[in-house]
Design a protein. Structure first.
Length: 394
């Protein structure tokens, strides 16, 4: 990371909001998203719920009011109907495009790269709000958020947390009264974002927004951080390996009586402490890793081009690691194991230098892979192409 990123990590990440002005020559993140992109998604991409949600005055509008059957050859019941959506937009409803990192390629690339950089799962939603409208009342998110203003101007009111650093199991609705009361007080931040402006909000910070004078669109880039509680959960999962901690409690125990639970609770605490005292990073890394890897995806591949690359593979072929692919190489006995998010690949130990070259940052020509005979190079690369670990380069 550069100096700016280091400062952000030290002073803002999980701690304090940050505003970043675009300057006079901003294009409003046009390389990522635009109002034209909104129209294309709503009219020409066949989106279904829950990729689209519509909200008015803080209440969610039932999808039946803006969806219909896809018709002949598309026998689905919940495809977005642009003509049914239009009256809702004219009436001041906010359109929410959810999971854009799954359906809009520039945001797929952006979210994938950001996820690798931050080490956390990333999601991207868009909020399109008519003039003078407010989509949601003051609330907090259970993940960190980067707000990127795409079009129009939007006023943001931000208040200090009432429940700092909430977990995913601690939504703002559980403390609605406290949130509503806090939102009545003076805002910590009262600002207007214009195209190209950005704001970072740690999880737990209260916020609401109102469009000013014209249609507004912003992206919310949600970041789901690993927490110390993630490690606690992983340690508890490790404790399941202890047969003493798996023992049943006495038959007929009254689970509502603290006195009845006291002795078993004390013994459980003793066993947990004993287990925790010998815990190592290796004990928890797989479980924490899976929390991230199972909720992220590598860059999409082109199946036909990939298949053609397998068929045409030769010594002069150029390949590279599939972007944003989470992976880990380890040795087990006389074999090399490549861990991937959904599977493992086992290879001969002699392939390790070539494998590490293929997993590097730069494209590699098959002919220069080290420590393997020409035919063995082709065998290795062909398998990794079939497994979508590497992709054609150039």
């Amino acid at each position: 990371m550069g100096a700016g990123a280091d400062r952000f990590a030290a002073e803002h990440w999980g701690q304090e909001p940050l505003l970043c002005a675009a300057g006079q020559h901003s294009d409003g993140f046009a390389d990522l998203f635009s109002l034209d992109a909104v129209d294309e998604l709503l009219s020409g991409r066949g989106l279904r719920t829950p990729f689209v949600r519509v909200v008015k005055d803080g209440a969610t509008i039932h999808p039946s009011r803006y969806t219909r059957s896809g018709g002949a050859g598309a026998e689905i019941a919940d495809q977005v109907a642009a003509d049914r959506l239009l009256p809702l937009v004219l009436d001041g409803a906010t359109v929410v495009l959810q999971g854009l990192h799954r359906v809009w390629l520039p945001l797929t690339d952006f979210a994938g790269a950001l996820s690798v950089e931050l080490g956390c799962p990333v999601q991207v939603n868009a909020y399109i709000t008519p003039p003078q409208s407010r989509g949601f009342a003051a609330h907090y998110d259970v993940h960190d958020v980067f707000v990127l203003q795409i079009a129009g101007r939007k006023r943001w009111l931000v208040h200090d947390p009432v429940h700092p650093l909430p977990l995913s199991s601690q939504p703002w609705t559980a403390g609605r009264a406290d949130v509503e009361q806090a939102a009545k007080g003076p805002a910590t931040i009262d600002t207007v974002l214009s195209p190209g402006d950005a704001m970072y909000l740690p999880r737990g910070w209260l916020h609401s927004a109102e469009a000013l004078g014209e249609v507004c669109a912003h992206l919310t880039v949600g970041v789901h951080p690993l927490t110390r509680y993630s490690l606690v959960e992983a340690l508890c999962a490790c404790a399941a390996d202890d047969p003493q901690l798996r023992e049943s409690l006495p038959l007929g125990i009254d689970a509502a009586d603290p006195a009845a639970l006291a002795d078993d609770l004390a013994e459980t605490v003793r066993l947990m402490v004993k287990r925790l005292e010998v815990a190592t990073p290796d004990d928890v890394v797989a479980r924490v890793r899976d929390q991230v890897w199972s909720t992220t995806r590598a860059a999409p591949i082109a199946p036909l081009a990939q298949a053609a690359a397998v068929a045409a593979l030769g010594q002069q072929s150029l390949v590279r690691l599939r972007p944003h692919l989470r992976h880990r190489v380890r040795t087990t006995g006389d074999r090399i194991v490549l861990d991937l998010p959904d599977r493992t690949i086992t290879l001969p130990a002699a392939t390790r230098p070539a494998l590490e070259a293929l997993l590097g940052d730069e494209p590699v020509q098959v002919a220069v892979l080290p420590n393997l005979a020409p035919d063995d190079r082709l065998v290795l690369v062909r398998r990794l192409l079939r497994e979508a670990v590497v992709v054609p380069a150039g």
